[in-house]
Design a protein around this ligand. Sequence first.
Ligand SMILES: [Zn+2]
Length: 146
Amino acid sequence: MTEPATLPEQEHDDRDWCSEPGCRVPEALLHADGDGVLWCNSHDPNPAMVEARRLGRQRGALSTAKHFRRGLREEDLGPLESPEDAKRWSSVIAKAAATGQITPAQANASTRAVHQFLHARDQHIKETELADLRADVARLKQQGRR
Ligand SMILES: [Zn+2]
């Protein structure tokens, strides 16, 4: 790697940092202002850069607000306590995803939740049936000994 020929010898061995105390943005991402002072994009005091950062934050806030405003209301879905509820949820989620009412990430998360509900419900049924069968076997063994 070669240093630019214009760098004074004194600065040759030292890495340059943003002029903001404590800022550790690497040299490659810095730019010099009119006086040759180095700044990163986050700390450049140039009014145009300050305004650009303010607008960027505003745009980010609007984007976040828009992103989180979308979604389904609780009354759109109803309870999730039975396979019929899971079927209804899946239908509502599919319609909302297809029409852009919810984001793909929200649709995926909601669909996963429905699947996990169904899986947990199936697991509960199997465990209950197994407990019932064990109780039946124990009762039959008991009867067989009489
Ligand atoms: Zn900085």
